[in-house]
Design a protein around this ligand. Structure first.
Ligand SMILES: Cc1ncc(COP(=O)(O)O)c(C=O)c1O
Length: 347
């Protein structure tokens, strides 16, 4: 029986075209030492990404976490405060990197569906008082993972960045799933980030590249980020081997994210008929099930599903997370829906 893996969109395997792109670049002698800027594939990827994201320059990094921490550390000083949404990835799931590596002080604030309202940001910014840390930055997450793959719309980004600008704050967008928002809204990705200083996008999630993220911003930022990446051990040699699949991801894999969104909607429709289940219609490819009212432990549901070769992350707080991805088709969604119905009615 096929294992259906809904733990994350990071489980997506590279496509044949991605592997062929590595071989082709090798045959064309395009690999080189990227630490000294000589890998032609990496250079092509970075130029392409900067253009797509509407920023002056871009830099390839190993992961979303590395891209976020480089972006934060390159634009702040030790002791600065960074406003983050209280359930954001940068705050909860990046091993405290902004504090441990950068001496930054996160200030978590409550968002609405992952969005930090402008008035919430305004209230969180410290006045210029020697007793207080200098509030230097705010981080937006789009789409927002923990809120359920929710989209932050360009108008909302503009309203938030306007407050940030008034107070001299930098704005970073953790756009690990920015293209999911872009496809769902049918807007170019750059429209979602035109007001932010810096962005990080992951190519190793729904877009299926095996490794890698991109950060983008001004030339000056990328110059600084390049040094920071080196400090963090992220300088790589013949890195075109991972850049080649990333180019395929950017060029060929964005439009297909719609399939994941359609499958998430189908799963939602199938499960929303279960009485007392807490479920929201998804904006993109992530669905959370709240089991409180059913008095069922989320870990229990994931263990029962695992017995039927269906993998999810239980224990996301008290919720279960389902992430639709390229390895899961409509028939799989039907199998998952049936299993959840059966299991919840018997637990
Ligand atoms: C919203 C968000 N940001 C950042 C990351 C970090 O990416 P990586 O796992 O490549 O470090 C993730 C990973 O799941 C994520 O969901």
């Amino acid at each position: 029986m096929k294992t259906i893996d809904l733990r994350s969109d990071t489980v997506t395997l590279p496509t044949d075209e991605m592997i062929e792109a590595i071989v082709t670049a090798h045959r064309q002698n395009r690999f080189g030492d990227d630490v000294i800027g000589e890998d032609k594939v990496v250079n092509e990827l970075q130029e392409k990404a900067a253009r797509i994201l509407g920023k002056e320059a871009a830099l390839m990094v190993t992961s979303g976490t590395q891209g976020n921490v480089i972006s934060l550390l390159s634009q702040t000083s030790r002791g600065d405060e960074v406003v983050v949404e209280e359930k954001s990835h940068t705050y909860l799931f990046e091993a405290g990197s902004m504090s441990s590596l950068g001496g930054l002080f996160p200030k978590p604030v409550k968002g609405v569906r992952g969005y930090i309202r402008p008035e919430t940001l305004e209230a969180a910014i410290n006045t210029d008082d020697a007793h207080l840390a200098r509030t230097a930055m705010v981080v937006i997450e789009n789409t927002h993972n923990y809120a359920g793959g929710t989209i932050i719309r360009p108008k909302q980004v503009k309203a938030l960045t306007s407050v940030a600008r008034d107070h001299g704050l930098k704005v970073h967008c953790d756009g690990a799933r920015l293209f999911n928002a872009s496809v769902a809204l049918n807007l170019p990705a750059k429209k979602l980030i035109e007001d932010v200083d810096t962005v990080q996008i992951c190519l190793s999630k729904g877009l299926s590249a095996p490794v890698g993220s991109i950060i983008a911003g001004t030339e000056e930022f990328i110059h600084e980020a390049h040094r920071m990446r080196k400090k963090l051990g992220g300088g790589m040699r013949q890195a075109g081997i991972i850049a080649a699949p990333m180019i395929v991801a950017l060029e060929k894999m964005v439009d297909r994210l719609k399939d994941d969104h359609d499958n998430a909607k189908l799963l939602y429709q199938n499960l929303s008929t279960i009485p007392d289940l807490i479920i929201e219609e998804p904006d993109t490819n992530i669905i959370f099930l709240g089991l409180d009212k059913l008095n069922i432990d989320a870990m229990k549901l994931s263990k029962e599903l695992a017995k039927e070769n269906i993998l999810i992350y239980g224990g996301y707080g008290d919720r279960s997370r389902f992430v639709l991805n390229r390895m899961v088709n409509r028939d799989d969604v039907a199998r998952v829906s049936d299993a959840v119905h059966r299991i919840l009615s018997r637990l």
